[in-house]
Design a binder for this molecule. Structure first.
Ligand code: ATP
Ligand code: MG
Length: 575
């Protein structure tokens, strides 16, 4: 239950509509009960009065009509107001969750699968809409109406009214408690099974090609079937219990009506002409009262799911970002631009050092190539520079100041980072390029760059720059994706370029041409390029060799190639 507290606190954002919704709910339910109770009395009283007697039927019949209209109108507006309030709260909640998720990227989010994140953001947040609509509002409405009704009826016959009120209050406590307990067990399981099923289903769709090739479709299908069975079993359980709650409440209703008929027929209603009609009034009040209790069983059966959803949402909200940008140092360019001092780093939940006591200096305008075996820590160094992670030991300085001292914006403005995997947005080619720069890029510029990187043929179709890429659009080959990444680099104006294997997967001629473009673009910039290839390597000022997270060799091409038994020399000879 405590898991729900943070979400109840969110109600503060829509206080007025929520209170108005509650008032309308109370008025609606009150009218409904008044209608039935008054009708009971009215019918009985007219029967007693019989034909030809003087009986004022005007007030009661007008009231019956008024209550009937009132009930409909209240219900209508109650639905509008409560749903509107709920959606406002949900939208607030979604924004909050989103705001919490963004700074977690990418280090913490790696732990969650994409589909699971989506589940939490969409379906778990949706489940939370029951909290007010189906749980809290009906419960408090019921409480209020029972008390008000008992007080009202006690003017006619106090013991009967109090007896009825007490019985209903007991039900108001026991029914929700009982069904909360019954629903708690499978609620969490149901939410989990639903999430798991969606994740597996998405994987099944996305990995079709591999599954078919490796003939592994059946295995995943079996896994999905198992999950589905659990999910269905829980749903069946929920349906059964929901039926049970209806049956139980109806049975109790019958009991209460019989008891009310029995006790009221023996009660002393004074000497009024129509006193016998009060028997009908109390009996109908008992009948009407179940409109209050009826929905509570099923609603509280659902609370297990609401709590499970709340826990899943809380779990993601409470994750702490690995890095927090709190500094606001100014970037003051200086010759000694980047220096890493005894840098060591281990990825969270890993044991091996990805960087091991690495020391490296880089001056403004220098072009540096980083070589090393796969898994040696090259990409990790770039990740630390853009502060996707913070080093465990040592210092990483940018223009003389430790990187954590800069605000996120200042830091991002300094770097242009081409990651090892280029992400193609499901969007037009134009937008896929535009986001690389702050200022608007003209179509001519885009076309020029696309031609330079060899993507000119993307423009062959009539849509030109509006051609859709990514999901549902034109698929790009691995090499084309790289070129798109390079086009973005060429359109960006940041003073430091971090390129992670920009020419991977390109043929030798293209590679030469692309490197030429990059070096030209980086003429007045600082360049750090990770690579496995030796093409144009002699054009870099410094070459660094990294192995197992350590810097094992560093120098310019001339000195390294002449170094007896040097790592670089051997590498060149081997290639
Ligand atoms: P490659 O040439 O294959 O790109 P690399 O030199 O760029 O290799 P890194 O990506 O820096 O290698 O990886 C260094 C080590 O850190 C490897 O052991 C790798 O498995 C590990 N590693 C990389 N990324 C992560 C991550 N996000 N979480 C945990 N470990 C990681
Ligand atoms: Mg890498």
């Amino acid at each position: 239950m405590r898991a729900l507290l943070p979400f109840i606190r969110l109600f503060g954002f829509a206080k007025l509509p929520l209170i108005l919704g509650l008032v309308l709910m109370i008025l609606g339910l009150g009218s409904s009960m008044g209608l039935l109770t008054l009708s009971g009395w009215f019918l009985a009283a007219t029967a007693i009065a019989g034909l030809g007697t003087l009986f004022n039927f005007f007030y009661p019949s007008a009231s019956v009509r008024g209550l009937a209209i009132g009930r409909t109108v209240m219900r209508y507006f109650e639905k509008i107001v409560t749903h509107d309030a709920t959606f406002r709260i949900l939208s607030k909640l979604r924004v909050q969750v989103f705001k919490k998720i963004i700074p977690l990227s990418p280090a913490v989010l790696n732990r969650y699968r994409n589909s699971d994140l989506l589940n939490r953001l969409v379906s778990d947040v949706d489940t939370l809409d029951s909290l007010y609509l189906r749980l809290l509002a009906p419960f408090f409405t019921a409480l209020f109406v029972i008390v008000a009704m008992s007080i009202g009826l006690s003017f006619i016959h106090a013991p009967l009214a109090l007896g009825l009120g007490a019985f209903l209050l007991i039900l108001l406590i026991t029914i929700p408690t009982l069904f909360y307990r019954l629903g708690q067990k499978f609620g969490a399981r149901l939410v989990q099974a639903r999430a798991t099923y969606r994740t597996q289903f998405l994987e099944f769709i996305q990995a079709q090609a591999e599954l078919l090739l490796f003939n592994a479709e059946d295995k995943l299908k079996e896994k999905m079937a198992t999950t589905e069975k659990i999910w269905q079993a829980d749903q069946a359980q929920e349906a059964k219990l929901s039926g049970f709650s209806t049956a139980l409440v109806l049975f109790l209703n019958g009991l209460l009506i019989c008891a009310m008929l029995w006790f009221s027929s023996q009660a002393d209603f004074g000497t009024g002409e129509y006193r016998a009609a009060f028997i009908a009034l109390f009996t109908f009040a008992a009948l009407a009262a179940f409109e209050i209790i009826m929905p509570l069983g099923t609603a509280f059966l659902h609370i297990g799911q609401v709590i499970a959803a709340a826990e899943r949402v809380t779990d993601i909200i409470e994750q702490q970002p690995l890095v927090e940008f709190q500094g606001n140092a100014e970037f003051e360019p200086q010759v000694q631009l980047i220096s890493a001092k005894n840098l060591s780093f281990t990825y969270p939940e890993r044991e091996n050092l990805a960087l091991d006591n690495l020391t490296l200096d880089l001056e403004q305008g220098q072009k540096i190539a980083i070589l090393g075996k796969t898994g040696s820590g090259k990409s990790t160094l770039l990740q630390l520079l853009v502060r996707n992670y913070d080093a465990n030991q040592g210092e990483l300085l940018l223009a003389g100041k430790p990187i954590p001292l800069y605000s996120e914006q200042t830091l991002r403005e300094q770097f242009c980072f081409l990651t090892q995997r280029v992400h193609v947005f499901s969007d037009s080619l134009r937008q896929n390029l535009q986001f690389a720069a702050h200022e608007k890029i003209s179509d001519e510029k885009m076309i020029e760059i696309l031609n330079q990187v060899g993507l000119g043929k993307l423009l062959d179709q009539a849509q030109g720059l509006n051609i859709w890429l990514g999901d549902g659009g034109r698929p790009l080959s691995g090499g084309e994706q790289r070129r798109l990444g390079i086009a973005r680099i060429l359109l960006n104006n940041a003073p430091i370029l971090l390129l992670d294997e920009p020419t991977e997967g390109l043929d030798r001629d293209t590679e030469r041409q692309i490197l030429h473009l990059i070096l030209q673009h980086a003429k007045n910039k600082t360049l750090i390029m990770v690579t496995h290839r030796l093409t144009a390597i002699e054009q870099f000022d410094t070459i660094c060799l990294i192995d197992e997270g350590k810097l094992i060799e560093k120098g310019d091409y001339e000195s390294l190639i002449q170094k007896e038994n040097g790592f670089f020399k051997r590498l060149v000879e081997r290639i």
